[in-house]
Design a protein around this ligand. Structure first.
Ligand SMILES: NC(=O)c1ccc[n+]([C@@H]2O[C@H](COP(=O)([O-])OP(=O)(O)OC[C@H]3O[C@@H](n4cnc5c(N)ncnc54)[C@H](OP(=O)(O)O)[C@@H]3O)[C@@H](O)[C@H]2O)c1
Length: 483
């Protein structure tokens, strides 16, 4: 761990993110000895709490949300380093009080754990009292998601933040990049000589990415009804995973090089014409199921909502490596299984040799990256079934994280906090990468806004989405992998 002191200021510290994810992550980092020796935590929110009341509140949160067993002395150590400031984050006077409290803290990491509408105003307030100045130490600002709600708003937010903060000070979170299994995609591709030579259109038929949830919108109706699956999942998390699976190798493992390759990839996503949006993008909304409410019956959701809870799409990447290779992305709520799986579908072996045998229907090899909740990699191939005739059967080789490594369960935010403290920007989204993601889905948003869905709800709870999603892939003579 870096020996440099660090003060982490959580702005919006009485909220859900802090209690469910940030505090358990900090505790896990403390347990593993990954927090600096001189670490301070300041929570700031409107609630009128004393330091002691805040610490008690955090104790309750940890009781409920800690992801692993921990040593009580590590929790005590974290608590002793914790302070609280009650104040309005948009009030210049209250931000000045924060600045006073930070006097003598050379390095400060601000975490915007507030609603997105406050990202710009709070960043401005911090800068107005000089808290963006790196004289005598570093200052960094972690910005939560969602980052904008379309291309224009993302560009405006970037411009507003960059007016007072250098890009190197801005850490835009995409928590999927904190997942070990997502980072392992880079290790798998670039630390093994075997796969990269076949990682292109000559050997790969197509790629699929499914991120499925069994739950509905739960308590997030207010946010979700203005957002939908395309903005909530595709533009950010799914494109980030797509970039890792498809980008060119960077020259070094430094942040700049990796982000440059990601930028190249995401900006090469084919811009869909309105006609392609209608043909290649399917939207869905779940209806009622066995004693489960439909989306329109959920709390805070408009009774006539046309917000999508499901998207399936075919994307293409306009570059030399991937010309002609479709990338099928699918995500949704109330699907049969909670899972996130990236699969590479290789071209089949020539079947000529097998035409007169019982094994004439060769199945192409598939390489699966299980992102969550299973964590591992799986390669399927054809094997001979024991016996006198040449029967083939698909078998799998599997690497499981759980079996290979001893890993304590985390929240996924540990690596991100650790990296932000160390100043490693690799896993955070750069301004141009975020905008490139929005640029790729903007044509879909435009068509959907002009042509609201007339057939919602169009899939039932527990199914794999609307029938059109199957048609989308079958028209290309392929099938969804339903893991
Ligand atoms: N919760 C999650 O699991 C999760 C996951 C991923 C990303 N995020 C993102 O993280 C951010 C925070 O989410 P959240 O769920 O923690 O929201 P939240 O529960 O609403 O918490 C927001 C916090 O900010 C405080 N706050 C709001 N306006 C303030 C002001 N003017 N001055 C001082 N404090 C103020 C709130 O205090 P009051 O209640 O007193 O106003 C509350 O403590 C959002 O951008 C969200 O999209 C959340």
């Amino acid at each position: 761990m870096t020996d440099a002191p660090c003060t982490l200021v959580i702005l919006g510290a009485s909220g859900d993110l802090t209690k469910r994810l940030l505090m358990p992550s900090l505790l896990n980092l403390q347990e593993e000895g990954h927090l600096p020796q001189q670490f301070k935590l300041i929570g700031m929110a409107k609630d009128a709490m004393t330091q002691e009341q805040f610490q008690n509140h955090l104790g309750e949160c940890i009781g409920q949300f800690a992801t692993r067993t921990f040593k009580p002395e590590n929790w005590q150590r974290l608590l002793q380093a914790t302070d609280y400031l009650s104040g309005d984050l948009t009030s210049p006077d209250d931000i000045r009080r924060l600045a006073k409290m930070l006097e003598g803290s050379p390095n400060v990491l601000f975490y915007l754990a507030v609603a997105p509408s406050l990202f710009g105003p709070i960043a401005d307030q911090l800068a107005a009292v000089g808290l963006n100045s790196e004289e005598g130490g570093w200052r960094r600002l972690i910005v939560e998601k969602p980052f904008g709600h379309d291309l224009k708003s993302a560009q405006e937010l970037n411009a507003r933040l960059q007016a007072h903060w250098k890009e190197s000070q801005l850490y835009r979170i995409d928590h999927y990049l904190g997942k070990e299994t997502v980072q392992n995609i880079l290790a798998f591709r670039f630390a093994n000589g075997l796969f990269e030579p076949i990682w292109n259109r000559k050997y790969i038929d197509h790629v699929q990415l499914t991120v499925a949830e069994t739950v509905g919108v739960e308590t997030r109706g207010k946010f979700y009804d203005k957002t939908g699956a395309l903005r909530d999942m595709v533009q950010n998390h799914m494109f980030q995973m797509l970039a890792y699976i498809a980008m060119d190798p960077p020259n070094t493992f430094r942040a700049q090089a990796i982000r440059d390759r990601k930028m190249e990839l995401i900006s090469a996503i084919h811009t869909l014409s309105p006609e392609e949006v209608r043909r290649w993008v399917v939207r869905g909304q779940y209806g009622p199921g066995d004693s489960l409410p439909g989306y329109r019956q959920e709390e805070y959701v408009d009774k006539n909502s046309v917000t999508e809870t499901f998207v399936a799409a075919q994307f293409h990447i306009d570059n030399w490596r991937w010309a002609g290779v479709p990338f099928f992305l699918r995500t949704g709520k109330r699907l049969p299984k909670k899972t996130a799986v990236l699969s590479i579908h290789f071209l089949p072996a020539p079947s000529i040799l097998w035409r007169d045998t019982p094994a004439h229907n060769l199945k192409p090899n598939e390489l699966l990256f299980h992102i969550q909740p299973d964590q591992g990699v799986e390669l399927s191939f054809e094997a001979k079934v024991p016996g006198p005739s040449m029967d083939l059967q698909t078998v799998t080789m599997r690497f499981s994280y759980e079996q290979a490594f001893e890993v304590g369960r985390g929240t996924g935010y540990e690596t991100l906090l650790y990296d932000a403290i160390r100043g490693d920007e690799t896993l955070f989204s750069r301004a141009d990468v975020v905008e490139a993601g929005w640029a790729a889905i903007q044509p879909i948003l435009d068509v959907w806004q002009a042509e609201p869905a007339g057939n919602f709800p169009n899939y039932s709870a527990g199914s794999w989405g609307p029938a059109e999603a199957d048609t989308l892939i079958r028209e290309t003579h392929r099938e969804w992998l339903n893991p």
